[in-house]
Structure formats: structure tokens, C-alpha cells
Write a protein that binds this ligand. Structure first.
Ligand SMILES: Cc1cc2nc3c(=O)[nH]c(=O)nc-3n(C[C@H](O)[C@H](O)[C@H](O)COP(=O)(O)OP(=O)(O)OC[C@H]3O[C@@H](n4cnc5c(N)ncnc54)[C@H](O)[C@@H]3O)c2cc1C
Length: 449
């Protein structure tokens, strides 16, 4: 029987910090036992940024010990595994056989349970869609202690409500996933220096059809004629015949474990207007890489090169503000948003821009439009600025990514996601007594009254 310990726990942004009792189920019996202890939320590798996987004074079931592979069908590339398996574990095991996860976010340190609960997306969202597109089915431990199988044809309401459902319908135990066949673990990439927003939108229009992967870095401190400038990176999976001779000898090369670590929280003054301006110049230089062939590690997961890089923001923590707005009036709205950010004095850092395709799950974040993700250190100024930004995003017909959010107010959330009512009906059916709760469920009113 596992014992519970009270810990200070936070998401990747280290904001907010909540005292929660953690348990570490190793199997379905443990997980079922945890349901009797109190209100609970599942947690994976804690890479969601805000309060999704913390539960003040309640229980957090850290599922990383549910990390076994169960079945592998090499002909069809279908993997059945426990939900605590990470994308990294899949890459290390199946990469050498020529298979990679179909959808990769900006870090490989996410579990399958976390990937489902936030219906994560990657650089190829405009082509591949979100994580739901590689999940055939999953099993989930429900509030009444039973285990249900959910797929597009069985318990379909439960299936769709879990993509973007923030773990609030149960503990996902196992999943059947489709992996992607690859000839190499390299990408053929092209980088384009972007002058301003007009140029950015034109370049996306021009290249998005020819490249499966596209993402841009934007200098959010740029103003006037340079507003919206940055670097657009495009890429396709490299075929074996395309690789240069020096890479052909090991075309399915894997990544090495990173030895670079930020050992402790840096003092808050380290990240300020001046250092961000300097770092932006370094990022622009690195992004504008002349290299034609890059390894998946650099292409998908450049931030994984430094362990615990989140400590660089200091103890006060940071948020990642990610929104999507429709393409209609996109240029006007993006201009206004970027101007608001540049004038806010809130030190925006690591700003990632991309065009998204259609969305799917009920509370899933993506829809067809433009998405921008910005890291902001937490300051008093930021806390009064984000409600203004939320109102602007809402008036542009947009919404925030709940998997990264830490500050949205309940009323704004409900206006951004009117489909929450459909989701609440499914919550009422499967968890009428709020067995599954978290800080975000209390903050956004995702609980049965
Ligand atoms: C550097 C970095 C880059 C990122 N890039 C992207 C990106 O490009 N695209 C994108 O979409 N996201 C991105 N993310 C966010 C990340 O992909 C998601 O937050 C993901 O859900 C984290 O998975 P996790 O295993 O760490 O889950 P956690 O953060 O631990 O939990 C996330 C949610 O999943 C739920 N959950 C976890 N396990 C289970 C389970 N077994 N059963 C039920 N619910 C469960 C939790 O309750 C919580 O609501 C990035 C994060 C970082 C740190």
C-alpha cells in the first residue's frame, strides 16, 4: 500500500505552488485505492505550466510508475502501453526500429496520460492535427472504481471529453497509439528570416502546404515596422536517400542524455528587458541556422538541451500565455496584441508563433487560426496585464490553451469555451461527486455544483 506525503507542488512554470498529498500508483489496484483517500488528480511529468496537475490539500496521483509497454504490432505500428510512459521512452525504444511518436510537442518529457488530457499539438498541427489523431483507444479508472474502455466507437463521449479534459474524468491507465514510420531520425529544414508580421503571414501562406512542420520565433519586443519579425523554421522528415553521406551510416540515431542543468533557481533580476533583448538576438541567430539536416532532438525539442531551464525564471516562476485566434482579421488582431505586449513592460520571452489546423476534442485548445505562445515572468504588473490581454483575445474570437494557463478567470474561460457545458454534462455522468479535482478545476468552475 502506498503512503501519501504532503509536498509543495507546481507545474513547469513554478506558479502557482500548492501543497498537495502525492501518491505514486504502480498498478491499477494502487490507483483504485487512491480514489478512497480523497479528491485526486492524475499527474504525469509535470510539464503543463500552471495548476493543471496540482490539488491544494488534496491528492495528486503521479503516474510515472505506470510506465510499461504492453503490446507492439510492428506491421501496423500500433503500441499499447501504460499511460505513464513518456514520449522519450517511446523514442528510445521504437526509434531504432524506425518508428517515432506521430505528434510531438516542444518537449519529449510528457507522458501519454498528459498528452491526452491536454490534447497536445506539435509543429505539424496544420497537417496532423492534435494528439487525439494518434490515439485509437484508452482505458480509464472512473470515479466509481470501474475501468472503462473509450474509443471513437465505445464510450465515445468519454473518449472525446478526455482530450483537453485536464484529467478531470478519471485516471487514464493504458492507451493504444499509432506511431509513425520514419526512414531516418533527421529533418530537412529551411529557415527564413522574417521582417515583420505581413511577411510572416505571407510566408506561412506560401510554405505551409509544402512543409509538414512549421513554427516561427517572434521577437515580441520589436516595434513599428519590425513588429512581428523573427525567424520561420520549416521542415519535413528526411528520407534515407536525401541524407548526406556522413549521416547515412547511422540514420536512426537517438539523442544523448543532456548533461546541462540549471542547478538552482536563478535570482529574479537575471531576466530583464536588457537580458531578454540580448537573448532574443542569440535565439534569432541560432534559429536562422544554415544547417539543412537536423536531428529530431534539435528540431522538435531544442529546450530539452538544458535540464530544469524553468529555474532560470527564478523562484517567482513564470507563465506561458498561449492563445489562438481566427485567421479572419488575424493581421489586425495580432498587431494589436503584439503592440499591447511590447508596451506592457512584462518582459515577454521565447515567443512561438504558428498556424493551426482544425480542432477536435470538446475542450481541446486548437482551432483553425494563428497561435502565439509567450513566456512571461510572474510579476505584479503581469497579474494586472493578463486580464486585459484575455479580453482582447476573447474579442478577437480566440481562446487560451488551458494546458498552459494559470491565471484565466472563470467567466472569461466560459466565454472562450462555450462548449464547456457539453463537457460538464459528461463530467456529471461519469464523476457527479467531483472525485477528480485540481486547482484549475476549482479556478475555472469545472466541477459539479
Ligand atoms: C518545454 C515545453 C514545451 C512544450 N511544448 C508544447 C507544444 O508544443 N504543444 C503542446 O500542446 N504542449 C506543449 N507543452 C505542454 C505539454 O505538452 C503538456 O502540458 C503535457 O500535457 C504535459 O504532459 P505531462 O505528462 O507532463 O502531464 P502533467 O503536466 O503532469 O499533467 C497535465 C495534465 O494531464 C493530466 N494527466 C496526466 N496524467 C494523466 C493520467 N494518467 N490520466 C488522466 N490525466 C492525466 C493531469 O491531470 C493534467 O491535467 C510543452 C511543455 C514544455 C515544458
Amino acid at each position: 500500500m502506498e503512503s501519501a506525503q504532503k509536498h509543495k507542488l507546481a507545474g513547469w512554470g513554478n506558479y502557482p505552488v500548492a501543497e498537495s498529498y502525492t501518491v505514486n500508483p504502480r498498478n491499477e489496484e494502487d490507483a483504485r485505492g487512491d480514489l478512497n483517500k480523497g479528491r485526486v488528480i492524475a499527474r504525469g511529468l509535470g510539464r503543463s505550466y500552471g495548476d493543471q496537475a496540482v490539488n491544494e490539500d488534496q491528492f495528486v496521483a503521479v503516474c510515472t510508475k505506470l510506465n510499461h509497454f504492453l503490446k507492439w504490432n510492428e506491421q501496423e505500428g500500433i503500441l499499447e502501453c501504460e499511460a505513464g510512459v513518456s514520449l522519450e521512452e517511446i523514442i528510445l525504444t521504437f526509434g531504432p526500429k524506425g518508428w517515432l511518436p506521430m505528434i510531438c510537442p516542444g518537449t519529449k518529457f510528457v507522458t501519454i496520460g498528459g498528452a491526452i488530457a491536454n490534447d497536445i499539438h506539435g509543429k505539424a498541427h496544420h497537417i496532423d492535427g492534435s494528439f487525439v489523431n494518434c490515439v485509437l483507444s484508452f482505458t480509464i479508472l472512473l470515479a466509481d472504481g470501474t475501468i472503462a474502455e473509450a474509443s471513437r466507437t465505445e464510450n465515445a463521449d468519454l473518449f472525446w471529453a478526455n482530450f483537453g479534459g485536464l484529467g478531470l474524468l478519471g485516471v487514464i491507465l493504458t492507451a493504444r497509439l499509432k506511431l509513425r514510420r520514419v526512414e531516418t531520425t533527421y529533418f530537412k529544414q529551411k529557415s527564413i528570416k522574417i521582417k515583420n508580421l505581413d511577411h510572416m503571414l505571407e510566408a506561412l501562406e506560401q510554405y505551409d502546404h509544402d512543409y509538414n512542420y512549421s513554427v516561427a520565433w517572434i521577437d515580441a519586443l520589436a516595434k513599428g515596422p519590425k513588429l512581428g519579425g523573427g525567424v520561420l523554421t520549416l521542415g519535413n522528415a528526411a528520407k534515407l536517400s536525401e541524407l548526406p553521406e556522413n549521416l547515412k551510416s547511422n540514420p536512426l540515431k537517438l539523442h544523448a542524455t543532456s548533461r546541462l542543468t540549471v542547478p538552482f533557481f536563478l535570482p529574479s533580476f537575471v531576466l530583464n528587458g536588457l537580458t531578454v533583448r540580448m537573448l532574443n538576438k542569440v535565439i534569432a541567430f541560432v534559429q536562422n541556422s544554415p544547417k539543412e539536416f537536423v536531428h529530431y532532438e534539435k528540431f522538435f525539442f531544442p529546450l530539452d538541451a538544458i535540464n530544469n531551464w524553468n529555474r532560470g525564471y527564478g523562484k517567482r516562476g513564470f507563465i506561458q500565455y498561449q492563445f489562438v485566434i481566427p485567421e479572419d482579421n488575424g493581421k489586425k488582431n495580432l498587431t494589436e496584441i503584439l503592440e499591447m505586449i511590447a508596451a506592457s513592460g512584462c518582459t515577454p520571452f521565447l515567443n512561438v508563433f504558428k498556424r493551426m489546423g482544425e480542432g477536435q476534442g470538446i475542450l481541446s485548445f486548437p482551432f483553425k487560426g494563428y497561435t502565439l505562445a509567450i513566456d512571461f515572468p510572474v510579476t505584479k504588473n503581469l497579474l494586472s496585464f493578463t486580464p486585459k490581454l484575455d479580453a482582447k483575445v476573447l474579442s478577437a474570437g480566440g481562446r487560451l490553451y488551458l494546458g498552459k494557463d494559470a491565471l484565466l478567470h472563470e467567466s472569461t474561460f466560459k466565454a472562450m469555451y462555450p462548449q464547456y457545458e457539453q463537457w460538464m454534462a459528461i463530467k456529471r455522468k461519469y464523476d457527479p461527486g467531483n472525485r477528480f479535482t485540481s486547482n484549475i478545476s476549482r479556478r475555472l468552475g469545472l466541477e459539479i455544483a
